[in-house]
Design a protein around this ligand. Structure first.
Ligand code: DC
Length: 223
């Protein structure tokens, strides 16, 4: 049976994972967070003192590191060499390391294969940077989700301050702009809108508003 796949791409902090998770629950699809896979690899590199610029050490690590996915109560769990790393991959430094090390084809090839296997087995909503362009070029629906860097920084700022962290919104925005630049300008699979993707700017929308818009896009595609 051919599976139904929805690809969501966009820059950091556009709300991809929050929205994709909600949409997947509503539609009864599996949610695949590919950023978490790059983060798991990055976590391994950080833990093992591997420099982001040391391509040889990264390639060596890729041949031995094992990244797999499991689901617990519908939540994706990333397993790194058999250990659940969901709790430790959300830190800012891991995200930045993931952005820096996802430039290497050796890292991408390994994870793209895992992503394609998941999409071939199940109906998925998969989010990332290269899903509509590279991982699932034949996805049934492709959406490119974005928002202004200021709005994305504000969302991140609200999230962090709600957890009791003190932070500087200008610094967060600078970090977001740097990460966008790296993700959009790397040689292999840069972040860009697929030609057949629908663009959705979420700057002026709340979560329910974005989910409603996405459902309209999916519905329209199905007609
Ligand atoms: O979505 P995220 O912030 O968890 O992703 C972390 C980094 O991983 C992101 O800055 C770039 C990289 N990434 C990628 O290169 N390709 C993907 N499909 C997903 C993430």
């Amino acid at each position: 049976m051919k599976t139904y796949n929805i690809a969501i791409d966009g820059p950091a902090g556009a709300g991809k994972s929050t929205i994709a998770k909600k949409l997947a629950a509503d539609l009864g699809y599996i949610y695949v967070d590919t950023g978490a896979m790059y983060r798991a690899m990055a976590y391994y590199f950080l833990q093992n003192g591997i420099d982001a610029k040391d391509e040889k050490a990264i390639a060596d690590a890729c041949s031995t590191v094992d990244v797999t996915i499991q689901y617990q109560n519908g939540e994706q769990q990333v397993m790194l060499n058999g250990e659940n790393v969901n709790g430790v991959i959300r830190r800012e430094e891991v995200g930045n390391m993931a952005s820096a090390t996802s430039v290497y084809p050796v890292v991408r090839t390994k994870l793209v294969e895992l992503q394609r296997q998941l999409a071939a087995k199940e109906n998925v909503i998969m989010d990332g940077r290269d899903i509509g362009t590279v991982v699932l070029p034949d996805a049934n629906v492709k959406i490119y989700l974005t928002a202004s860097s200021r709005v994305r920084a504000q969302r991140r700022f609200d999230e962090l301050t709600a957890k009791g962290n003190t932070c500087d919104i200008d610094e967060i925005e600078k970090d977001i702009i740097d990460r966008d630049y790296r993700d959009m300008h790397r040689e292999t699979s840069p972040l860009k809108q697929a030609e057949d993707a629908v663009l959705l700017d979420t700057s002026e929308l709340d979560i329910d508003g974005v989910v409603a818009e996405m459902k309209k896009i999916i519905q329209k595609k199905a007609e």
